[in-house]
Design a protein around this ligand. Structure first.
Ligand code: GYE
Length: 349
């Protein structure tokens, strides 16, 4: 055989080998790139706002759980504490024909019309955190959140135990009026006032769950010479504001004035340990995985329970330990403040 002929045969063989290898590779690639048949679930989430550490932890929990990796596409709308904005957001979600609507309601009432529209469009609505008050419960699929009355009653019980037969002058910082978190926590205190004629509310008013408003109210009371023994603050952030105001006036929180709070974000629990806050009723914000499970359950054709209350603890100066804080840090993988974990800090709520 001529040399040139040999060369030709070798070249042909090599070409054939390459084609084979490429085809094999192609098949292998085709095997791995075949798109997952699993459907992406589109969720529209209307969030209250960003008023507190609790809220930011809740937003983070939701966005982490309803992620692309977990099979979701989340459309997030911040209502800046306005119900009208939530109504508009829900109408937009209906227009987009999302698979599910999740609503963290700003307030209890006024949902019939827009939820009727979602129902007519066949889109299930899941309520998270606060409750809604609707005459027709078929307007939403299910709800998951906290028992705010129970939290309030736990706080009141602690006050009863601490101040046995002692007259109390109470400042009551309320959340946004009309939401179930405010109504439950306020309701429990109102109930206790009837049982304790020696307790007196020297001030009651909404601080809208905001640190700045908590501070403003306490500064104003102090400047008017109003005296009080206890601040019943319906969330941690208003308690932080109150502490600023007390410190500013040379008073010692935990000694001159006792502070009772709700939520139990990390900063508040540190303050329980240091003594500035005396009692906290926990409110758990980590609803993301719960909502993910609810949606997955519905996707598999099973109806989840209509209402699910989450378990919550209480913390006070006498019983809190470093271990409790550390254990909670690992249970609550959220950050304080803005909801974005800083590189140096442990992940905290
Ligand atoms: O206690 C407060 C937040 O609805 C439980 O809203 C929630 C409350 C929480 O802004 O910090």
């Amino acid at each position: 055989m001529k040399r040139s002929c040999m060369k030709m045969i070798i070249l042909c063989l090599l070409a054939a080998l390459c084609t084979c290898m490429l085809t094999a590779c192609g098949d292998q690639d085709a095997g791995t790139v075949v798109p997952d048949e699993k459907k992406i679930v589109v969720v529209g989430f209307s969030q209250v706002g960003a008023e507190s550490d609790w809220r930011n932890a809740n937003t983070r929990s939701m966005t982490q759980a309803l992620s692309e990796e977990n099979g979701f596409r989340l459309i997030f709308e911040d209502a800046q504490n306005k119900q009208e904005r939530q109504i508009t957001a829900i109408r937009n979600f209906i227009q987009m024909n999302v698979d599910y609507i999740v609503l963290a309601p700003t307030t209890e009432t006024g949902w019939e019309t827009v939820l009727g529209e979602a129902k007519a469009a066949g889109i299930p609505v899941i309520i998270v955190d606060r409750l809604i008050n609707v005459s027709d419960s078929s307007l939403y699929t299910c709800w998951v959140g906290s028992d705010f009355w129970k939290e309030g009653r736990a706080a009141v019980r602690w006050m009863e135990e601490q101040f046995v037969d002692r007259p109390l002058r109470i400042v009551h910082l309320q959340g946004n009026l009309g939401c179930s978190a405010q109504k439950g926590r306020t309701g429990a205190l109102t109930e206790a006032m009837q049982a304790h004629p020696d307790w007196q509310i020297v001030y009651q008013g909404p601080g809208d769950f905001l640190q700045a408003k908590g501070q403003e109210i306490i500064e104003d009371l102090l400047s008017r010479g109003i005296e009080f023994d206890v601040i019943y603050s319906e969330n941690d952030n208003m308690a932080f504001g109150a502490i600023e105001a007390l410190n500013g006036a040379g008073l010692v929180p935990g000694e001159d004035v006792i502070i009772v709070s709700f939520d139990g974000c990390h900063r508040a629990l540190e303050m329980v340990q240091s003594g500035a806050i005396s009692f906290v009723a926990e409110c758990n914000p980590l609803h993301g995985p719960r909502i993910m499970n609810i949606i997955n359950t519905l996707e598999s054709g099973i109806m989840p329970p209509k209402q699910t209350y989450v378990d919550e603890k209480t913390f006070d100066r006498e019983h809190i330990t470093r271990e409790m804080l550390d254990e909670r840090d690992s249970e609550y993988p959220t950050s304080s403040g803005c909801g974005i974990p800083s590189a140096s800090s442990l992940p905290l709520f």
